[in-house]
Design a protein around this ligand. Sequence first.
Ligand SMILES: [Zn+2]
Length: 67
Amino acid sequence: MKICQVWGDLSSEKSGENYPTDLFCDECFESMNPGKEDSGIVAYQDDDGSFGDTCSSCGKTTDEEEE
Ligand SMILES: [Zn+2]
């Protein structure tokens, strides 16, 4: 799991919606092309538990990912 800050709604006046931060599983993280020019990811860090244990994209949990 990775905690990722992604491109959101740039027209929003709330900074939390411009670059929302959420938890993503490794699979969804890789599908966003981390480090590439067309990546949907602004920044990322290792999961520290502060965003729960469920991928915000596909709903996979930390336990399921480790199986
Ligand atoms: Zn996922």
